[in-house]
Design a protein around this ligand. Structure first.
Ligand SMILES: *Cc1c(COP(=O)(O)O)cnc(C)c1O
Length: 369
């Protein structure tokens, strides 16, 4: 294995190869305007066009986007918000931040996203909102979720932090629900060179409210029109960088998807569960498989200098800070947390490296037998 380097799970230098970041940064420096200026305005316009919605309100990060979206929807302390428990606690953090309580429901064991049947079982209890996470880049069964929630008058929030650009029947992640949230954390499919986030919606009133909430609740300078305001703004540098990267997003997603497709083809006969789709409703944010003996599998790959990670090892309802007796069974969720493991999948991963991952995974299963 002389001169063989470890294959990372994600690499910023490789994913950002060929991009000239100095130009957009220089433009901002020369403008001497750093917060809520031309770059932010233009990015908000370009990103809402990309998603196919009316409004985009950029914010400081994806977690703030979730929190401000819940506040915008009018979620109050002690309200209940439906969420899944296998999505890294991000939705839960926002739910707790507004003083509400998560109402966890089951996932679909194949797509690993929110199970519409489980939603049907709790929708009559009138939760204040439903958060749907398009986990790993896979669009959930959002059409069915919206059917169930709208019939009960419950708004749907899409968490698109892992699914920028995923689409089904011409509609894109973030354009289905009442409101949707994005993160531009550097490792996301559209990543800044720091933190960033956005809320998108077709609802003009909601957009206006969230715009006020992101800046102290101001309707205009120094006039606090609504309570619960914050400071959560995207800055001009990040906006300029995101504007430069946005036109590449579909191409990067196609690269991720094509790696995932090669994996799926190569692994089809092996004893593991593969991503349920490598079509355009999946943008390969993470390539996640499920295996029986996860630690042995991870160790075998590590020996072959291949990085893996677990997204996510602890279900939200079992997190030590918030653990509370769960009244409904979350068996599928817990089983997923015990068996999921992520393999390298990002734009710029070479054919050679994809082959190395395939050989190592295949060899593991043949040795096991
Ligand atoms: C990354 C992520 C977030 C949080 O975004 P930040 O910008 O890191 O705050 C929210 N939801 C999901 C599903 C994520 O993957």
């Amino acid at each position: 294995m002389l001169n063989v380097k470890t294959i990372p799970l994600f690499s910023a230098p490789i994913a950002n190869t060929g991009l000239d970041f100095l130009k957009p940064i220089e433009n901002v420096l020369n403008s001497h305007w750093y917060i809520l200026g031309e770059q932010v305005n233009k990015f908000e316009e370009e990103f809402s066009d990309y998603v196919g919605v009316q409004h985009c309100i950029s914010v400081a990060n994806g977690s703030d986007a979730l929190e401000l979206a819940l506040k915008g929807l009018g979620v109050q302390p002690n309200d209940r918000v439906v969420a899944v428990a296998n999505a890294g606690f991000y939705g839960s953090t926002a739910i707790h931040a507004v003083g509400a309580a998560p109402l966890y429901i089951e996932i679909d064991p194949v797509s690993l996203t929110l199970c519409p049947k489980s939603l049907s079982k709790v929708i009559d209890t009138k939760p204040s909102a439903v958060i749907v996470t398009h986990l790993y880049g896979q669009l959930a069964n959002i059409e069915e979720v919206i059917k169930i929630a709208s019939a009960a008058g419950v708004p749907v929030l899409e968490d698109c932090a892992q699914s920028h650009g995923a689409r089904r029947n011409g509609k894109q992640a973030g354009s289905f629900g009442t409101v949707a949230c994005f993160s531009f954390y550097p490792t996301k499919n559209l990543g800044a060179l720091g933190d960033g986030g956005a809320v998108v919606t077709n609802d003009s009133e909601l957009a206006a409210k969230i715009k006020q909430l992101r800046q102290y609740g101001w309707s205009q300078k120094y006039q606090v029109a609504i309570p619960g305001g914050r400071n959560s703004r995207l800055d001009e540098m990040q906006a300029a960088i995101l504007r430069m990267k946005l036109p590449h997003l579909d191409n990067w997603n196609a690269q991720r998807r094509s790696i995932a497709k090669r994996y799926n083809d190569a692994f089809s006969g092996l004893d593991m569960q593969l991503p349920s789709s490598v079509g355009e409703d999946y943008v390969g944010h993470l390539y996640v498989v499920r295996v029986k003996n996860r630690s042995a599998f991870a160790a075998a790959l590590k020996e072959q200098l291949i990085s893996t990670d677990i997204h996510y090892p602890i279900a939200d309802h079992n997190q030590p800070a918030y653990a509370a007796p769960q009244t409904t069974s979350l068996e599928e969720t817990e089983r997923a947390c015990e068996t999921v493991i992520s393999l390298p999948c990002f734009p710029g991963l070479t054919d050679e490296e994809v082959k190395r991952v395939i050989s190592a995974v295949t060899a593991y299963f043949f040795k096991e037998k």
